[in-house]
Design a binder for this molecule. Structure first.
Ligand SMILES: Cc1cc2nc3c(=O)[nH]c(=O)nc-3n(C[C@H](O)[C@H](O)[C@H](O)COP(=O)(O)OP(=O)(O)OC[C@H]3O[C@@H](n4cnc5c(N)ncnc54)[C@H](O)[C@@H]3O)c2cc1C
Length: 475
């Protein structure tokens, strides 16, 4: 953690009130407490919270913070799972709760222009009358914001065939940490020059703040087929994922759940999942109606050949919604199993799923913890949910998480599939990147944010917090 000499505490709050007015600034202890958390486990208190109304407010705030050496941490809905929105070095949290409007739905160009605080699901709901939707559908889509999705390059159950957030963003308006407003791209498919949108999407607020986003909208599929397949073992379920894709079928979704996760979901949601299965797959094919039944039948045949004991195809929209309600409510359902959980997020080549899931089982046994698995199996994106009850167990739980990530890297994968690095995994970056790699990324950050005020303490290992992890680095 860097110690900065800048303005802090009550003097910062009153200076911000002078700058922006009382209605845009929060600074009491009670108000600040709410912004200490996101969906992960680390916490830190901001010195102040600002709720801008527009880009001009964000630019004004950024110029002020630049002059007074104050870190700025953007925040959407706070559903992030890597501590990205936590102000680890203090400073100002910028909440986009008031910049949550759809500015335009341009159906002929299949684009929408939105503010960053817009809730993900609200965009698809608004685009539906035009026969369009926004593809990235994180399971948190009822709450998370498009700004957060851009910052994390979020995926979701249906991004297997259609691509993650970066594939659906064509334009951005940014405010850099010195207050400069920049526009990248627009509504066209391609722009000349470096792909700076590509660099910005997934940068977790460390390059600047997004104040407007132009996204690609996609025609709603004419129809869908949703299939549930249950297998006696999780190995059977995970081997089937590669068998389906290896047969040349790319479903829009292939999600996997193990028995422990199914148990929680059934207790909470009652989605109709079989309780005796070692692993279940929830799969969907969509697109033009012609050919869907053939694709679904082919998937069912492959499941059967791989030992599926139950196969169920949703016959009605209600049945399909019920099957998906189970998957989308799976994280929340963990409360049925334990008071708390720590979710890991690694990604591996999908053919390595069976062996890495066996390692997850070994890690659980070694640490004496229960781990439920619910994940985007088609993408090879694992989400082991490590259950625990008391804060005193957290260090052991985090160690179990680290061992799972080490297994992901050893299998040719990465320490994050979609939840980002944030402050939770910045110390683990040397597992995957050399010092030269990190220095190169640091130069990219400096080009956007030379003062280092944009969401500091994220992505890059920090000398204080990460000393012991740097010693454990692989290369
Ligand atoms: C139950 C549950 C299920 C989830 N399922 C998925 C899933 O299926 N797929 C997936 O990818 N993720 C998933 N997530 C993680 C999370 O919802 C996503 O990362 C989401 O995109 C975060 O959005 P948010 O608005 O909550 O962002 P926040 O948590 O508020 O912030 C996340 C990051 O974005 C930055 N940020 C926010 N707004 C801006 C902005 N305007 N400009 C620049 N940076 C900004 C923040 O600084 C932070 O680094 C899940 C989370 C939960 C709790």
């Amino acid at each position: 953690m860097t110690v900065r000499a800048g303005l802090r505490g009550a003097p910062l709050v009153s200076a911000l009130i002078d700058l922006l007015g009382t209605e845009k600034v929060l600074g009491t202890r009670e108000d600040l407490l709410i912004y200490e958390f996101d969906g992960a486990v680390d916490t830190a208190t901001p010195d102040a919270v600002v709720l801008p109304n527009d880009t001009a407010d964000v630019a004004k705030l950024s110029r002020f913070c630049h002059q007074h050496d104050v870190p700025i941490v953007p925040r959407g809905a706070g559903t992030g799972l890597s501590g990205g929105a936590i102000p680890v070095e203090g400073g100002v949290v910028v909440s986009f709760a008031r910049m949550s409007r759809i500015l335009e739905i341009d159906a002929p160009n299949m684009r929408a222009v939105v503010q960053p605080g817009l809730v993900n699901l609200h965009l698809s709901t608004a685009a539906a009358p035009y026969g369009l939707y926004f593809v990235p559908d994180p399971s948190s889509q009822k709450a998370c914001t498009i700004g957060g999705n851009v910052a994390e390059n979020s995926g979701g159950p249906h991004t297997l065939a259609y691509g993650v957030t970066t594939n659906h963003v064509t334009g951005l308006e940014l405010v850099l940490s010195d207050g400069t407003v920049v526009r990248l791209g627009g509504k066209a498919v391609e722009y000349e020059g470096y792909d700076l949108i590509g660099a910005f999407v997934g940068s977790e607020g460390t390059l600047g703040i997004v104040t407007e986003i132009t996204v690609r909208l996609t025609p709603l599929p004419e129809d869908k087929r949703t299939i549930l397949a249950a297998f006696p073992t999780i190995d059977g379920a995970s081997e089937t994922v590669s068998a389906i894709i290896g047969a040349g079928i790319v479903p829009s979704a292939i999600e996997l759940m193990d028995q422990l996760a199914t148990e929680a979901v059934e207790a909470a949601v009652g989605a109709g999942y079989p309780l005796d299965a070692g692993g279940i797959l929830l799969m969907e094919v969509d697109g033009l109606r012609d050919g869907l039944d053939e694709a679904a039948t082919r998937i069912e045949e492959i499941c059967r050949a791989n030992g599926a004991t139950t196969l169920r195809r949703a016959a009605t929209t209600l049945e399909r919604d019920r099957l998906w309600a189970g998957r989308k409510g799976a994280f929340a359902a963990m409360g049925r199993l334990a008071p708390a959980y720590y979710v890991q997020d690694g990604v591996i080549p999908r053919t390595r799923l069976p062996e890495v899931l066996r390692t997850v089982r070994d890690v659980a046994q070694r640490h004496g913890v229960r781990i439920a698995n619910v994940f985007h199996a088609g993408d090879g994106n694992l989400h082991p949910l490590i259950l625990f009850a008391k804060e005193s167990e957290l260090e052991g739980v985090k160690q179990a998480g680290l061992e799972i990530l080490e297994a992901c890297v050893a299998a040719g994968g990465s320490i994050t599939g979609e939840h980002g690095v944030g402050m939770e995994k910045n110390c683990f970056m040397p597992l995957q990147f050399t010092a030269d790699d990190l220095a190169t990324m640091g130069r990219v950050k400096s080009a956007f944010d030379p003062a280092g005020l944009a969401n500091p303490g994220k992505i890059f290992p920090t000398p204080g917090r990460c000393r012991e992890f740097q010693l454990a680095a692989r290369r």
